[in-house]
Design a protein around this ligand. Structure first.
Ligand SMILES: Cc1cc2nc3c(=O)[nH]c(=O)nc-3n(C[C@H](O)[C@H](O)[C@H](O)COP(=O)(O)O)c2cc1C
Ligand SMILES: [Fe+2]
Ligand SMILES: [Fe+2]
Length: 385
């Protein structure tokens, strides 16, 4: 597959992995991307996951024939990209491995063979000529690992962005990037917004015609739109005025209240998305929490605490560092409702989360008498004009 006449795609789709990073369902699969730049000196851009070794090695051999690459550029050591470095190093003993100083230090943790004599550490903005192509390296610490760097190839204006601008979804599925890019970003990189902002500042100084990430499609058009999404996500800025109404109900009464409240909010002209936390993977809820400016959390009390699917969601959300959202609380309990107190306790440990009053408490089932409280919460949840 061609990226340009001289840049070849040698990555592979994975359509059978159950959970990416043993955590995220990937209904459309994922791709592990790797590229070869053909020039006087050949550069291979990263390797792939061990699940795709065979396909990648075949693709690599097809592109290289009997040529030996001059460089292996390692932008990230996470095993979904670095698993084949060991094989590559013994297959091509003359190839120089190019990476950040941090990556050089971490590499021996992953591989038994001593590669130190073959590593060329590159510094910020350092250039490496391949002939007609010139690579320039920019460090991207904590996007989302410390050793990460991105590579700019100036002759064709391609930015190789490591996991940045990546997305779930196998290339064969040909999905629009946005289908899974937000869920990918918010869950995998979400915590590291400030580091992504630093990288975006560096990228703004480059003339970019093409973004080549380590997962998902190579982006060639409307790059400003993708960069704008990254600006928003990495600064925790909501994309839409709207309310994520996430609920966790055991027997269905909290769910009924959530549905009722969603209708009430919609009737007031709000953009509302209902999400059942008991039957939706937390990664989808994280995605939506980043997307909207407001959130209603509705949960049942459970064993003197919070029903675990809500607790789990809030712990995930906290780990992603989301900040600056307006939140309303609805709790349910039959003898000692505690869910709102427990939700509040977790939210108080997060930055910039504004819990609005009044909270709504229902006892077992929603009653006519609760209407006033719901209406008051709807009023308090209104978007700032
Ligand atoms: C296993 C279990 C534990 C519960 N623990 C509590 C509790 O500690 N305090 C309380 O007030 N209600 C408790 N409840 C009751 C529920 O919070 C209450 O019935 C609520 O209405 C359930 O809402 P739902 O229909 O949305 O599941 C518990 C219910 C279950 C099934
Ligand atoms: Fe990664
Ligand atoms: Fe990755």
């Amino acid at each position: 597959m061609e990226v340009t006449g001289t840049v070849k795609y040698i990555g592979a789709d994975d359509l059978t992995l159950d959970l990416f990073e043993s955590q995220y369902p990937i209904p459309h699969g994922v791709s592990y991307n790797s590229y070869v730049i053909l020039d006087e000196k050949i550069a291979v851009m990263d390797t792939v996951d061990k699940r795709a070794s065979e396909q990648w090695q075949k693709n690599l051999k097809e592109v290289l024939g009997d040529q030996e690459p001059a460089y292996l550029i390692v932008s990230h050591l996470e095993p979904d990209h670095a698993a084949n470095i060991g094989w590559f190093a013994s297959e091509y003993p003359k190839t120089t491995i190019v990476c950040s100083a941090k990556a050089k230090g971490m590499l021996p943790q992953f591989f038994d063979i001593d590669l130190s004599e073959r590593i060329q550490v590159v510094a910020e903005a350092e250039e490496l000529s391949l002939g007609s192509h010139t690579l320039q390296f920019f460090m991207a610490p904590m996007v989302h690992w410390p050793e990460v760097m991105v590579t700019y190839e100036s002759s064709e204006k391609t930015l190789f962005t490591a996991d940045g601008f990546g997305t779930f979804g196998a290339l064969s599925k040909d999905l629009p990037w946005i289908t899974e890019a937000r869920r990918y970003y918010t869950n995998i990189v979400g915590k590291y917004g400030p580091s992504v902002q630093q990288l975006l500042k560096k990228a703004a100084t480059l003339d970019i015609a093409r973004i080549a990430p380590l997962h998902g499609p190579v982006l060639t058009e409307n790059l400003g739109d993708y960069i704008e999404k990254y600006q928003k996500w990495s600064s925790y800025t909501p994309e839409e005025s709207g309310i994520l109404l996430a609920y966790a109900s055991i027997h269905g009464n909290t769910k009924e209240a959530a549905e009722y409240f969603a209708d009430l909010l919609k009737a007031a002209g709000e953009n509302v998305e209902l999400l059942d936390l008991t039957r939706t993977h937390a990664s989808y809820a994280i995605e939506k929490a980043f997307m909207y400016d407001r959130m209603i959390l509705a949960a049942a009390t459970y064993d003197g605490g919070l029903f675990p699917p809500m607790e789990d969601f809030l712990h995930h959300l906290k780990a992603k560092g989301l900040t600056g959202r307006k939140i309303g609380l609805i709790e349910n309990g039959s003898w000692g409702p505690l869910a709102a107190k427990k939700m509040r306790e977790i939210l108080e440990t997060m930055k910039g989360m504004e819990v609005v009053e009044p909270q709504v408490t229902i006892r077992s089932t929603r009653k006519e008498a609760d209407t006033k409280a719901f209406e008051a919460l709807a009023e308090a949840m209104k978007a700032e004009a």
